[in-house]
Design a protein around this ligand. Structure first.
Ligand SMILES: [Zn+2]
Length: 279
């Protein structure tokens, strides 16, 4: 009697372990045209070196990308951004004034913001971008990859107001996304470049993503100019690799990639109280 109840106990424990493994296992995503992995190239801050150096290389390689713009777009560059949007590049929202913590070399201090002000600013930038490309669905990148306004995390407020569909945070080269079920759509991690990366280093990241069959999002700033810069040579090497492996790697915009993930993965698990109010 004692023996059998112990046996039942062990069996139940085994069942619990099996169920726990099954429920926490990452859900696989099947990328379009049977490709093995997906890469998203994102370029921040509306930098001139992106228009001058990155765009011609992207166009030559036949690759599309996402540009997270701020109000640093003007009458000389807006026609270019509009043309790029027509060609299939994505224009993303990176706020108007790029508010960050005062320790950053940045004019707008996020400590002086409230969540409301931050979201209002994102909403105004959405409208500005609508005037450029006519799109009503927008993705977002947190300025300086920080999610704080007035010292408080504003991601849940952003979720509540529906001003953006998906949002990118920062991170390092370990950010190869494979656990799509548990990924928060408003905290999509990326590989934020520090500047000075070689082509080999960028390709090594892509190869890691290929190995896992997951998604890799790269955050780029200057290309052959501006700041947090990678050389045009390193960028070209990355373009060449992605072009040569286009049958294995799907290079998509941020929105395209996330749309594909959430077409296949029913609903990400987001452990926040406000989720219930948003849908
Ligand atoms: Zn930025």
């Amino acid at each position: 009697m004692v023996k059998s109840s112990k046996g039942i106990g062990l069996f139940l424990w085994w069942m619990v372990c099996v169920l726990a493994t099954l429920t926490t296992r990452a859900q696989e995503v099947h990328w379009p045209k049977n490709r093995k992995a997906a890469i998203v190239l994102t370029y921040d801050d509306a930098l001139r070196s992106q228009l001058k150096n990155a765009i011609p290389q992207l166009e030559h390689a036949g690759l599309k990308a996402t540009f997270f713009l701020t109000s640093d777009i003007d009458s000389t560059t807006i026609p270019s951004w509009r043309k790029l949007a027509k060609e299939g590049y994505e224009l993303g929202n990176h706020t108007l004034y790029h508010p960050c913590l005062a320790i950053e070399d940045n004019p707008a201090k996020s400590e002086k913001y409230t969540a409301y002000h931050m979201i209002r600013e994102i909403e105004v930038m959405d409208r500005w971008l609508f005037a450029i490309d006519g799109k009503t669905t927008r993705t977002f990148a947190y300025p300086c990859a920080e999610t704080f306004a007035g010292g408080r995390d504003y991601v849940d407020s952003l979720r509540k107001f529906h001003v953006v569909k998906y949002a990118r945070i920062g991170g390092d080269s370990s950010n190869v996304i494979t656990d799509f079920k548990n990924m928060d759509t408003l905290r999509v991690p990326s590989y934020g470049l520090d500047g000075g990366e070689t082509g080999e280093k960028l390709i090594a990241f892509v190869k890691n993503v290929e190995k896992t069959g997951g998604l890799g999002v790269i955050m780029i700033h200057g290309v052959g100019g501006d700041y947090i810069t990678i050389s045009t040579e390193a960028h070209q090497q990355l373009m060449d690799y992605l072009h040569q492996h286009k049958k294995e790697i799907w290079v998509a915009t941020f929105q395209q990639a996330l749309d594909e993930v959430y077409r296949q993965v029913k609903r990400p698990k987001i452990n926040i109280a406000s989720t219930a109010q948003t849908h």
